[in-house]
Design a binder for this molecule. Structure first.
Ligand SMILES: N[C@@H](CCC(=O)N[C@@H](CS)C(=O)NCC(=O)O)C(=O)O
Length: 143
């Protein structure tokens, strides 16, 4: 019981939630989900999150499967310092604006860079050719 956080350290959205918890001294139960071992595809995990992604928050049976939603929920529940998720409507909208922007910008393209430069070579994939380097990095994830 309590606040369970399912995460994998290689995952940026997971790290954002864990960093938020640590920076705000919020106690939680550490539930490591090793994506490399397929622990996010077990029947138990899929029952909790059919999208099989990390992070997931289980707050005494209340489940949320999106990192930004988790952080906003925790900011309100634990009344963190106002700068995290401001009570002022317009300041809060600015935070929401960046969180929404992030999905289709930093995250969308950053994951391609990470995959092609770090994870792909670690998994034995050949280095990018000069021609591939000129393409959108995300479009190369299935190469
Ligand atoms: N929009 C989601 C993205 C979550 C996500 O894509 N997590 C990846 C790791 S970075 C994952 O769990 N992938 C495993 C899969 O899709 O099977 C969030 O912010 O929580």
């Amino acid at each position: 019981m309590g606040l369970d956080i399912y995460y994998f350290p290689v995952s940026q959205p997971s790290r954002s939630v864990v960093m938020f918890l640590k920076l705000n001294n919020i106690e939680y139960n550490d539930k490591l989900v090793n994506l490399g071992k397929g622990e996010h595809k077990t029947p138990e995990y899929l029952a909790m999150n059919p999208n099989h992604t990390v992070p997931v928050m289980d707050d005494d049976g209340f489940i949320i499967c999106q990192s930004a939603t988790i952080a906003k929920y925790l900011a309100s529940k634990y009344q963190t310092a106002d700068h995290w998720y401001p009570s002022d409507l317009k300041k809060r909208a600015k935070v929401d604006e960046l969180l929404d922007w992030h999905h289709t910008n930093i995250r969308k393209h950053g994951v391609g860079v990470f995959f092609n430069i770090k994870l792909g070579p670690l998994r034995g994939m050949p280095a990018l050719t000069p021609a591939q380097k000129t393409k959108n990095t995300r479009s190369l994830m299935g190469r």
